[in-house]
Design a protein around this ligand. Structure first.
Ligand code: NAD
Length: 336
């Protein structure tokens, strides 16, 4: 199988590529990424020499480069991870989110249709469903009700994917996962931010009262779920993916501090994110029943191996947490 993985230099895409190369060494994997601030080829340093892995620097909004790459590598399948992915940045600057996440998806869908692609998989998010109260879960039937510009752009992309299926008969799937964690996670996101700040004895900025709930999914459990959807997903279907790991943000911070033996005094409550969704929780029973997916990680095992990874790979994140990142961080949290 010849697969175009867009956004493969980011957090989830790079973990997915490594997973696929190890499991299906005969597959051709083309990583198509324009290397924004979040794209980092160091995430894939260990796979660079694999004979069936290729990297193409390109923008998913650029139809010519997308079409040329599909034809050049005889691509049969597209998996779209490429996106602007950080909610805080979408509040500060929504325009690029609409361009990349909505227009970019439409360009890929159109290229898929024109080039006779066999299957298109869109990596979406539970954030398209909006926010939950204290109880209940998102199912695939939950109406879309996105709250942030990021979530709205992802919901717009999902609607386009379904439209290309209905209108043109394109073989598509959409996966909607909860918050991922694991190695190579860019340190602006909650878990790597807290781990790396704690390791540097810096304040740990916690939004609002810290009681927002997220449902955590190990990135390798996510990769295994996408693998199943890619091979066995029914055309036009949406699959929710979640790890049965609901945690309040403050619980996560306390687990990290506890494991690193750092004091709780490092916690600093900061002004809440605008429109901060209170709770996300996924009902993954469809993918469990229909495709036989089960998460291999519990949060308790996954968070320890993740913390250990950041301890053992300080060069990777220290390089990222310099330069442009410092400017972003001081704007966001008022200090560097
Ligand atoms: P990320 O920000 O780490 O990586 C995104 C990648 O896309 C980067 O390598 C970047 O260079 C690339 N990219 C951005 N714009 C591009 C463009 N115009 N053309 C080509 N490449 C471009 O994101 P991630 O956390 O790995 O998320 C991957 C996907 O999963 C996204 O679609 C995101 O919406 C979705 N998702 C992520 C999470 C999560 O917890 N991280 C949860 C749910 C859904």
């Amino acid at each position: 199988m010849n697969i175009l993985v867009t956004g493969g230099a980011g957090f989830i895409g790079s973990n997915f590529i490594r997973y696929m190369i190890n499991k299906y060494p005969e597959y051709v994997i083309v990583n198509f990424d324009n290397l924004t601030y979040a794209g980092n080829l160091e995430n894939l340093k260990d796979t660079e020499l694999h004979s069936n892995y290729y990297f193409v620097k390109g923008n998913i909004c650029d139809a010519n480069t997308v079409n040329h790459t599909i034809r050049n590598y005889d691509i049969e399948v597209i998996i779209n991870f490429a996106a602007e992915s950080h909610v805080d940045r979408s509040i500060a600057d929504p325009g690029i989110f609409i361009h990349t996440n909505v227009t970019g998806t439409q360009v890929l869908l159109h290229a898929a249709k024109e080039c006779g692609i066999r299957k298109y998989v869109q990596i979406s998010t539970d954030e398209v469903y909006g926010s939950l109260g204290e109880t209940g879960y998102f199912t695939e039937e939950t109406p879309l009700s996105p709250n942030s510009p990021y979530a709205a752009s992802k919901a717009g992309a999902d609607l386009l994917v379904l439209a290309y299926h209905e209108t043109f008969g394109l073989n598509v799937n959409i996966t909607r996962c909860s918050n991922n964690y694991g190695p190579y996670h860019f340190p602006e996101k909650l878990i790597p931010l807290m781990i790396t700040n704690a390791l540097e004895d810096q304040a740990l900025p916690v939004y609002g009262d810290g009681m927002n709930v997220r449902d955590w999914l190990h990135v390798l459990d996510h990769a295994a779920a996408i693998d199943l959807v890619l091979h066995n997903g029914n055309s036009g279907e949406v699959y929710n993916i979640g790890g049965h790991n609901e945690k309040r943000n403050i619980e996560i911070v306390e687990i990290i501090l506890g494991h690193l033996k750092k004091p709780k005094e490092l916690i600093r409550y900061v002004q809440d994110r605008l429109g901060h969704d209170r709770r996300y929780a996924i009902d993954p029973s469809k993918i469990e029943k229909v495709l036989g997916w089960r998460p291999a990680y519990t949060f308790e095992t996954g968070i320890v191996s993740t913390i250990e990874w950041y301890l053992n790979n300080q060069e990777w994140w220290k390089r990222i947490k310099s330069g442009d990142y410092l400017e972003y961080y001081s704007k966001q949290y008022g200090e560097s």
